[in-house]
Ligand binder design. Structure first.
Ligand SMILES: CC(C)(COP(=O)(O)OP(=O)(O)OC[C@H]1O[C@@H](n2cnc3c(N)ncnc32)[C@H](O)[C@@H]1OP(=O)(O)O)[C@@H](O)C(=O)NCCC(=O)NCCS
Length: 180
């Protein structure tokens, strides 16, 4: 049986053709994402993705996620995290464990190559169990971020992945920039 082939690639080294495939899969995976909340719809998502984790079946790109480093403020204290965003699987290839396998590979990369103490992502409440099964812990239901010089808040599930012995800090989470 064929298995998922995974590569984690710096966004500086993505050839144009692959970049196009990434865009296509991203649009396809998120095509049904609809939000009634105008606040949510007015968010500019960070484009400073540092690495892409990509999963292929028989050479076809079927699942992907992005990774970026960010220094946040948690309760006013600076904390480095690796953010995960844009987790998506081609609709024809969902519910086969591909995104979970990709998250496991990303976890190893975040710990060993990016030397992060925590992963952090935001997601819809109904995705909490999916990430929970992959080791992520629900931490809060609101984040703060900055867009166009304005501090804003977003009600959303905030999840972290502990990657080292370090404990998390109490207090509000300020992404100190755009969300991902
Ligand atoms: C969320 C998403 C990335 C999951 O991708 P996926 O490759 O289907 O993920 P997995 O197969 O690892 O897990 C998905 C579910 O399938 C289940 N599953 C895994 N293997 C399975 C199998 N062989 N048979 C049946 N179900 C299976 C998992 O248990 C999981 O269930 P859960 O959602 O209740 O936890 C995908 O649904 C998607 O792209 N959604 C649209 C974009 C989106 O919302 N992204 C998340 C942003 S936070």
């Amino acid at each position: 049986m064929n298995t998922l082939q995974i590569e984690i690639i710096s966004t500086d080294n993505i050839p144009a053709e692959l970049d196009k495939k990434i865009d296509q899969l991203d649009h396809l995976a998120f095509a049904d994402e609809q939000h009634d909340d105008p606040e949510f719809n007015s968010i500019d998502w960070s484009s400073h993705i540092e690495y892409m984790a990509l999963g292929y079946m028989d050479g076809e790109l079927v699942t992907l996620l992005g990774l970026l480093r960010r220094e946040l403020l948690v309760g006013g204290k600076p904390v480095w995290v690796v953010g995960i965003g844009g987790v998506g699987t081609h609709p024809n290839w969902q519910k086969r464990g591909f995104a979970s396998t990709l998250l496991q590979s990303a976890e190893k990369f975040m710990r060993e190559k990016m030397k992060a103490s925590f992963g952090l992502l935001i997601c819809a409440d109904e995705r909490r169990s999916f990430y929970g099964r992959n080791g992520w812990k629900h931490l809060a239901d609101e984040i703060f971020f900055t867009q166009d010089g304005q501090r804003r808040s977003l009600k959303t599930s905030v999840m972290i992945l502990p990657l080292a012995e370090q404990g998390w800090f109490a207090g509000e989470i300020d992404l100190c920039g755009l969300p991902w």
